[in-house]
Design a protein around this ligand. Sequence first.
Ligand SMILES: Cc1ncc(COP(=O)(O)O)c(C=O)c1O
Length: 400
Amino acid sequence: MTELIGTDWAHAFARRTQGRGNAELTAILAGSPPGVLSMTGGFPNPRTFPADVLEEITARLLRDDPGVALQYTPCEGLPGVRAYLCERQEALQGRRPAMGELIVTSGGMECIALMCRSLLDPGDAVAVEAPTYLGALLAFAGYEADVVGVAMDDEGLSVDALGERLEAGLRPKLVYVIPEFQNPTGRTLSLARRHALVELCRRHGVLIFEDVAYRELAFDGGSLPSLWSLAPDLVLQAGTFSKVFFPGVRLGWAVGPADVVAQLAAAKQTSDQCAGGLGQRLLEEYGRAGHFERSLPAARALYASHWAAIEAALRRWLPPGCTWTTPRGGFLTWLTLPEGVDSIAMRDAATAAGVAYVPGAPFYSGSGGRNELRLSFSHLGEEELDEAVSRLAGVIRATA
Ligand SMILES: Cc1ncc(COP(=O)(O)O)c(C=O)c1O
């Protein structure tokens, strides 16, 4: 018998596995060691998890509907769930999609992967906000796209900067944007820019890929029109229930032009074939019983209160030369450190001081972000946030 000792399989790995940044995402999902106050993951606060309602609905589904809830579902999702999601789009975004324009996905991240699989050939250009969501950057890189970062400011993506790139000949397969409480900066795309972006992309025939992961978590409950509602023929929207229901259910949606959505459904046949039926039925029962109308205001109030706590701590503790964004919802703020302070180099000292954050550089497709970092205020309690920022401030002072 031949013994396989120390075999190195790296030569067998596909070229697309060579994407960068995986270690960062692994670290975020793994959480921080004991004693470290973590402001890393965009994790919903467990206080928002509706455990007792779920217990009651699960018991009912297992008793009354096991043949559906425990079975495979159609690739596009259960018809009743899709109908519910179409109604929800109309209630929240003012337009009811046709059934062929919406499918259920296994979370927002799967929708991004399905888009990549459906649209991207190696070398295709993808325009993104700079900085943008790490998971999306990894997915685009994994499909060997040429990712082009476009500058943003406090009003979100600079549509003028994108326009200049398009005028100069850039032909992206898609423009990926997170219009509300963006990951990682917490910024929101202004109404004027939403209209300008739609107009620009229509003129150049570029598909907009809108990620609405945090859209329903405005601190004041308000919302601007989604890009999809402004241009349903031009926009593919990815949604997730991770932030407003619970991430363990792994559920989201894709809504957009019927031919694009059909491609996504076809791509899903060779990913997981269908989102879990039990989760789909839980969501439908939870939503149709009106629980979102009760739970969302409480979640928004919780995150608004956390933002107030961390903002007070930032003002109180951070040394001069630090600035940060002011989100109007969601979980995240983006910190700029004094020039020359390197957020990657500072990380070990931060861990030793008992605080964790995500450095800025991995959120950029190119260079950038050395003196920037992302803070999530969703997860820690308010007193912990104050302590975490005070520890971070001590590390910045010691490094600057
Ligand atoms: C902007 C953005 N899009 C998508 C996702 C992925 O969501 P899901 O948990 O549904 O895969 C996240 C998760 O943090 C996110 O921040």
